[in-house]
Design a protein around this ligand. Structure first.
Ligand code: T4K
Length: 403
């Protein structure tokens, strides 16, 4: 394909903005009737639909205990508090801020691990360098929906008798390389059910664990620390999921395999179309990823412009993107200066080069092709775009039509 990219004055690829994510939802009469039943029953939270949702998720994942919570951040926070440990929380810097915030609210000090330069997930070797007698907990993250190396991380944690948990926010429905479902590894895994996730309940989260005592503790934590007799055993939270959210989850769960199939098919199409373009690389995934994010890594030398300039050029084509996760956590205002600046070369590179392209289950192949066509045209004209943006980036930004 050839043409003039919109950033150089050509017509935008699209007439309307293509979002980076969209939940795939259905609103059949049966489901709406169930919502009405909840309204008429007056039981709006932590009721029978939440219990049913927890049981269905336990069957789906193949895990003994599931605790539905109000969101993943709260789930992580309650889990970290329930571990009852103090000291350092070893976690990747290349992740969403919620991973570290949960640790900070639980009174733990972040110790930043580097990530694999292509896997984008926490590097077990870096974790091994950090875990020591000051470590309270090791946290892995299934970044962009691709499982981190739980087998290796579990071993690192075991060597120091430290609990290992996973922020699985992006990965509900994914599988580990051995075929088991994400959610069945580590001491516990915590999922997000927010609208940009493959399984959504609006807002919501799930904690999965095979540890029965921990599950009981988490259920109490979800209810202010009150096991039912109004004598709170510890300072818990209100971490409950609503019945409406659970109903959405119950309706979306059986559809999840089709949603994930579609995401993987569209991701494969992106890869077929774009992997031949010099300077565009894809995340190296493991097992069965969910592709919560479809991420490309942009090499400026080979591609001709950098990640930020590609994002700006796609914005001009009316294609939304996100720079997940830039800036990396250890340089964010909330964490800067907490300790000596760690040396995380892969994190620095990932944060500067990773770009999330649009992907959602009901996205059409035509829409994927539009994005790929746009990237191709931008690549063909990268020298002219670089010249334009590098001489006057402010002016170029102003001329781009608002999405
Ligand atoms: N751990 C990790 C590794 C995480 O990534 C996250 C959250 C968490 C923990 C915490 O999980 P929760 O406590 O939230 O359950 C988003 C999400 O708000 C956040 O949940 C997510 N990770 C993070 C990576 O991204 P934004 O601000 O970048 O998303 P936003 O609002 O710009 O939306 C992105 C796209 O989705 C847009 O195209 C609009 C579309 N969208 C958004 C919403 C809210 C919809 O189509 N419908 C909607 O309702 O943060």
């Amino acid at each position: 394909m050839s043409g003039t990219p919109a950033i150089l004055g050509g017509a935008p690829t699209r007439t309307t903005e293509l979002p980076v994510a969209r939940p795939t939802l259905h609103s059949e009469a049966g489901m709406l009737r169930e919502f009405q039943d909840v309204l008429e029953s007056g039981m709006l939270t932590n009721g029978r639909h939440v219990s049913r949702f927890e049981r269905d998720v336990a069957d789906f994942v193949g895990v003994e205990n599931v605790i539905a919570v109000s969101n993943c951040t709260t789930g992580l926070l309650m889990l970290l508090k329930c571990l009852g440990r103090t000291g350092d929380c070893v976690l990747p810097s290349f992740t969403f801020m919620a991973t570290a915030h949960a640790a900070a609210w639980a009174g733990l000090r972040p110790a930043w691990a580097d990530s694999g330069p292509r896997t984008c997930t926490i590097d077990p070797a870096s974790a091994r360098d950090l875990v020591d007698r000051r470590t309270a907990v090791l946290v892995g993250v299934h970044t962009f929906g691709s499982p981190c190396d739980t087998a290796e991380l579990e071993q690192v944690a075991a060597e120091h008798e430290v609990p290992f948990i996973v922020d699985a926010a992006h990965a509900f429905g994914g599988r580990y390389p051995d075929g088991s479902r994400v959610g069945s590894a580590a001491l516990a895994e915590v999922f997000s059910l927010s609208p940009t996730k493959p399984l959504t309940t609006g807002e919501g989260g799930l904690i999965t664990t095979n540890d029965a005592a921990l599950a009981t503790e988490l259920r109490t934590a979800r209810e202010y620390g009150n096991p039912g007799d109004y004598d709170s055993r510890f300072a818990g939270l209100n971490g409950r999921l609503t019945e409406f959210a659970a109903l959405l989850g119950l309706h979306n769960l059986p559809r999840l395999p089709a949603v994930l199939d579609s995401r993987r098919t569209l991701a494969a199409r992106y890869r077929d179309r774009l992997s031949g373009i010099p300077g565009i690389r894809f995340q190296q995934t493991t097992g069965e990823p969910t592709f919560k994010d479809l991420v490309v890594l942009v090499d400026r030398e080979e591609f001709g412009i950098d990640r930020d300039q590609l994002a700006l050029s796609l914005h001009a084509e009316r294609v939304s993107t996100r720079k997940y996760f830039d800036p990396p956590l250890h340089t964010q205002t909330a964490y800067r200066g907490e300790a000596a600046a760690p040396h995380l070369p892969h994190t620095a590179l990932l944060s500067a080069t990773a770009l999330t392209l649009p992907l959602f289950a009901h996205m059409s192949t035509t829409e994927v092709d539009q994005v790929c066509d746009a990237v191709e045209v931008i690549a063909e004209n990268s020298a002219a775009i670089a010249a334009r943006l590098e001489t006057d980036e402010d002016a170029a930004r102003k001329e781009i039509p608002a999405p």
